[in-house]
Design a protein around this ligand. Structure first.
Ligand SMILES: NC(=O)C1=CN([C@@H]2O[C@H](COP(=O)(O)OP(=O)(O)OC[C@H]3O[C@@H](n4cnc5c(N)ncnc54)[C@H](OP(=O)(O)O)[C@@H]3O)[C@@H](O)[C@H]2O)C=CC1
Ligand SMILES: CC(=O)N[C@@H](CCC(=O)OP(=O)(O)O)C(=O)O
Length: 355
């Protein structure tokens, strides 16, 4: 039975667990001006009692005391909880919130893979209970809205999968792609790795440098393949590589896809425009134009450029997003909007920061 979750003009209350990290801070930025959602509480595993602005001075004007993570207490004040925590945490927290009847939007990778063995292989943690994995709805907003609307748990997609899947979806769902020999060459800004410094991401390692990482082992490979398999059962394993770029935000995924049919760039652009016609956050570039990460900086847009290569019969698709927005907090708020029956774009239609 479907229940109308939203109760009209009132604000719905939300709590954020992991509020001090990059994803959590981006959620705060979006929720502060949201027309239907209001922050009830912010939670930390290590800094209880401190003000949010003590470690995040860009929030100097905001008065929120960081609280411990006690699901029973959160359930008393929140309708929805966002989990913006490292992998391995939602495995434990999501079942508790589910039992307490609080809707969960999980930004981590814990609930995305339906096969627990797959999660354990790629994430190296114990998986969530099967009941929770089955309950979790994959939150690729443009492609799963009818299920997101009635979901109790959302597994918000990863940043690379969001850029990749939005870029590949029209070819897979319309059966233009053979599903064989697909190559995804992806690059990310350093905020994708979260706020905690590490040997691989600190300034002198990343500045004026460009490096490949997690070759053939990236945890987003099974997530992308799971969704491609749902769209097209002929789909085969993809070649997927990830690189770190010396910039703060942004993801670019460049994809090379063999097609069933001979076509033209014009026809491909028409296909993408038709598929994404009613989706305000996916913008398809005109002929001969390709997107760059700066044109989506700080926004929830995914911009896509397309060209057909006559010589190889392959399409080249370029998809860009801001990893913290469409790749994390922005899509999480978009999913919350869909769940509560509001405009999908509520609180999210800001123009990208430029230059
Ligand atoms: N950064 C990105 O672009 C994207 C990130 N994601 C995923 O979203 C999640 C959050 O990412 P991001 O914000 O970048 O990560 P950060 O490392 O920046 O933040 C993680 C947050 O989790 C809290 N935390 C750490 N340990 C625990 C724990 N044991 N229990 C509860 N909370 C804990 C941290 O702070 P405190 O010590 O105060 O509790 C912090 O608030 C991750 O799972 C990430 O993989 C998904 C898409 C994109
Ligand atoms: C630049 C960078 O390091 N990015 C991270 C993205 C992590 C992430 O978002 O992880 P989950 O989606 O699995 O939670 C990475 O490549 O692992």
């Amino acid at each position: 039975m479907s229940v109308n979750f939203w109760i009209g003009d009132d604000y719905l209350k939300v709590s954020i667990v992991g509020a001090t990290g990059y994803g959590g801070l981006e959620l705060i930025r979006l929720l502060q001006n949201h027309p239907h959602l209001e922050i009830a509480s912010l939670h930390t595993s290590s800094r209880f009692g401190r003000q949010i602005h003590e470690d995040s001075p860009h929030l100097l004007h905001m008065e929120y005391t960081l609280e411990e993570i006690v699901p029973e207490d959160i359930a008393k004040k929140a309708d929805i909880v966002f989990l913006a925590t490292p992998s391995g945490i939602s495995v434990q927290l999501a079942p508790e919130f589910f039992k307490l009847g609080v809707k969960v939007i999980d930004l981590s990778g814990d609930l995305r893979l339906k096969n627990p063995g797959n999660y354990e292989r790629w994430y190296k943690h114990s998986a969530a209970p099967s009941e929770i994995l089955q309950e979790a709805v994959y939150g690729l907003s443009e492609w799963n809205a009818s299920r997101i609307k009635h979901a109790k748990i959302i597994a918000n997609p990863g940043c690379y999968p969001t850029a990749t899947l939005l870029g590949l979806a029209p070819l897979y769902t319309e059966k233009w792609a053979t599903g064989k020999d697909v190559i995804v060459d992806a690059k990310s800004g350093v905020s994708g790795a979260g706020k905690s410094p590490s040997a691989g991401t600190h300034y002198s390692e990343i500045n004026e440098n460009f490096k490949i990482y997690k070759v053939h082992t990236h945890q987003h490979i099974p997530e992308i393949e799971q969704q491609l398999g749902l769209w097209n059962e002929e789909s085969q394993p993809i070649s997927f590589s990830t690189h770190l770029v010396p910039m703060t935000r942004g993801i670019m995924a460049t994809m090379y896809v063999k097609l069933h049919r001979h076509t033209s760039t014009e026809e491909l652009i028409d296909l993408y425009n038709t598929v994404y016609e009613n989706h305000p956050f996916v913008r398809v570039q005109p002929m001969d134009a390709f997107p760059c990460t700066k044109q989506v900086f700080g926004s929830n847009f995914c911009d896509i450029g397309i060209a057909f290569d006559e010589r190889t019969n392959k399409a080249t698709i370029v998809s860009v997003i801001d990893n913290l927005m469409k790749g994390a907090a922005g899509q999480a708020v978009q999913n919350a909007n869909i769940m509560l029956g509001a405009e999908e774009s509520a609180g999210l239609l800001n123009i990208p920061l430029y230059p």
